[in-house]
Design a protein around this ligand. Structure first.
Ligand code: ADP
Ligand code: DP6
Length: 318
């Protein structure tokens, strides 16, 4: 009972057993700050890699109560989350619709800096397309998704660039990348990406230099992808993540998503690299550390990392 929408080339399965699937993505050059909120536009162009094993699956049904409902992993979400979803889907679904129940399951930990907002939003847009028979093209759904959560527009493509004018491009690279997560903490973060990034835009003393750097990193990353230069790709990925995180410590009030354990995970990656392993780290709005490597290195890298990291490790690609 698997149906591939077949709407885009090199696409993943988007619908399975009545559920619409949305995938997480991790940025190699981060989106961290909105130049415009309506429409949502990023301060700098950014690039991401989709993680095919970290996903959300969502189904919409007619609500059995008199209100709209939203469940994540069978847990009824409170009014704030329901309103957020309804406000978003009201932008592209019929005004005279019946009350609905959105049922979603995340294999990605929710709100832990592992991009559940992108997989969840992508899955929700696809589920609305099915339930309301909207018949939108992938390109149209990409446009819709970013109004729900900016980074989700990149999840529709394996390697994606979201540009300052709002357009989303599919990129290609000869390399077969993969990622694993060194899990520091899967709990819901205290401050959402949205709120945190806005605070950094408003108050960080390094925000302007972050944007300048990220714009340069974008150009360098595109070149490195074209040249299939993994070392260059990894170095840009790490330094871009560190510059993004610097905007949190330079904001007011100062804060950080990273813990001592995150730093220990980064040190492991650096140590392995000094021993000749090709691996680089990146972190998002949460403490968990993602390791970028080439698929062909997965087995030996996993073996080495497991000796040094005694907590959970998630392999993000098949
Ligand atoms: P993350 O680092 O996981 O992306 P964010 O703080 O950016 O965390 O986003 C978390 C928010 O994403 C949740 O509060 C919720 O609004 C949304 N979200 C998470 N999972 C889903 C889902 N399955 N369907 C719809 N929205 C989701
Ligand atoms: C740190 O896309 O979650 O993961 O647009 O406000 O929903 P909203 O933010 P969101 O931010 C993601 C930020 C990031 C970096 C990235 O994915 O590029």
């Amino acid at each position: 009972c698997i149906k591939n929408s077949g709407r885009t080339k090199r696409e993943r399965i988007f619908i399975m057993d009545g559920y619409s699937l949305g995938y997480a993505n991790i940025a190699l050059v981060k989106y961290w700050g909105k130049k415009s909120k309506d429409p949502v536009l990023p301060y700098n162009p950014n690039i991401s890699l989709r993680l095919d094993n970290l996903l959300s699956k969502t189904k919409i049904e007619k609500s059995l109560s008199n209100e709209d409902e939203f469940y994540i992993n069978d847990e009824k979400q409170g009014p704030e989350e329901v309103n957020k979803m309804i406000k978003f889907i009201s932008k592209f679904t019929p005004v005279d619709r019946e009350k609905i129940c959105i049922k979603s399951y995340n294999t990605v930990p929710t709100a832990a800096g592992l991009s559940s907002s992108s997989s969840g939003t992508m899955a929700l847009v696809l589920a609305c397309n099915e339930y309301f028979k909207l018949n939108k093209s992938t390109q149209e759904m990409v446009e819709i998704a970013k109004e729900g959560s900016g980074s989700s527009c990149r999840s529709f493509y394996k390697l994606a660039a979201w540009l300052e004018d709002g357009s989303v491009e599919e990129l290609s690279c000869e390399l077969d990348f993969s990622m694993m997560v060194l899990v520091v903490n899967e709990d819901r973060k205290k401050i959402s990406s949205r709120v945190a990034m806005e605070q950094c835009v408003q108050t960080s003393t390094t925000f302007a230099s972050w944007v300048e750097k990220a714009k340069k990193d974008f150009v360098l990353m595109k070149e490195a992808l074209k040249e299939a230069d993994f070392e260059k790709i990894g170095e840009i990925t790490e330094s871009n993540a560190l510059a993004m995180h610097e905007t949190t410590t330079t904001s007011s009030p100062s804060f950080t998503f990273l813990t001592e354990e995150s730093h220990r995970a980064m040190d492991i990656v650096k140590q392995l690299r000094s021993q000749g392993y090709r691996c680089y780290f990146t972190m998002d709005a949460g403490p968990n550390v993602k390791v970028l490597y080439l698929k062909e290195d997965q087995d030996k890298l996993y073996e080495e990392i497991s000796k040094l990291w005694n907590k959970k490790i998630i392999l993000c690609m098949e």
